[in-house]
Design a protein around this ligand. Structure first.
Ligand code: FBP
Length: 269
């Protein structure tokens, strides 16, 4: 069966909007605006994202035909911030349910280095098999974490996580950036034909985020899967336009910054 990556990947590049933080971190990440999933789906649609990532419950209640132009990515596992010692994230949604919800792809987090790694490997492998039977691509959040991991951003640790993602059958690997572009190229290499998407992280000042995105894109990744740096931003559409141009039209960071300023000014009016 051919894996249909074309819905979430355009000319080898992808810009995804992540909104599973309500479960992963709790409402502390949200405010009176971003607490409403409709706000995020509207940004995803108008911002022409290549996919929006949510848990099944949110997909079920908020993703409907109006949003059909935004590919839906259903996260199949999740854990709360109460579970940080020896993390395990168990499956809470089947591939079949995701397919019924209209998913273009599914996602699953593996905490490499956790004592519960074997359970997550086993669940993930079944998910890959089932999703591929539907022709659906699988995105693996490869996050080193647990007592054996002293530095989640260590290059060898990230490279190992990326390699595991490839070997377990992930089509895309979502991973954190180590702020070292030369070293990160090795992480990208280790992922082989699995495509790397970099996670956004805590909200930062827009100039910093755009500069970081530019640096990341030069390491050979397919794109980014960003959350808080968009929907916690007071100008999410201006941010989106600038990032989209960088990802899909190779716009340089200085032009992207200029575009952000212009668009932010328009958004203010
Ligand atoms: P952000 O861009 O907001 O960091 O989202 C990316 C993401 O991978 C989310 O999908 C997920 O909820 C979160 O980061 C998990 O990060 P962590 O486990 O480090 O809190």
């Amino acid at each position: 069966m051919k894996i249909n990556t074309g819905k979430i990947l355009k000319n080898g590049r992808s810009l995804l909007l992540a909104y599973d933080q309500g479960l992963e971190h709790g409402p502390k990440d949200l405010d009176l605006t971003s607490v409403d999933p409709k706000y995020i789906f509207d940004i995803a649609l108008e911002g022409m994202y290549d996919g929006v990532i949510v848990q099944a419950g949110i997909a079920e209640k908020y993703y409907h035909s109006y949003y059909k132009d935004v590919p839906l990515i259903v996260k199949l596992n999740g854990k709360t911030s109460y579970m940080d010692e020896s993390p395990i994230s168990r499956q809470n949604c089947s591939v079949e349910r995701a397919a019924k919800l209209g998913a273009a792809a599914v996602g699953y987090t593996i905490y490499t280095g956790s004592p519960h790694e074997p359970e997550m490997f086993a669940e993930f492998s079944k998910i890959v098999e089932q999703a591929h039977d539907y022709g659906m691509p699988v995105i693996a959040w490869m996050y080193p974490r647990g007592p054996k991991i002293s530095n989640e951003l260590d290059t060898d640790t990230l490279a190992y996580a990326a390699r595991i993602g490839l070997e377990l059958g992930a089509d895309f690997i979502k991973i954190k950036y180590n702020n070292n572009p030369e070293a990160f190229k090795w992480v990208v290499k280790c992922a082989g034909r699995s495509k790397i998407l970099v996670a956004g992280g805590n909200k930062m000042e827009e100039h910093e985020f755009l500069r970081k995105t530019d640096e990341i894109l030069k390491t050979g990744v397919a794109g980014i899967a960003v959350g808080r740096n968009i929907w916690q931003h007071e100008r999410p559409y201006a941010m989106t336009k600038a990032i989209r141009k960088m990802i899909h039209q190779n716009m340089g960071v200085d032009d992207a910054l200029k575009l952000f300023e212009e668009e932010a000014h328009k958004e203010k009016k």
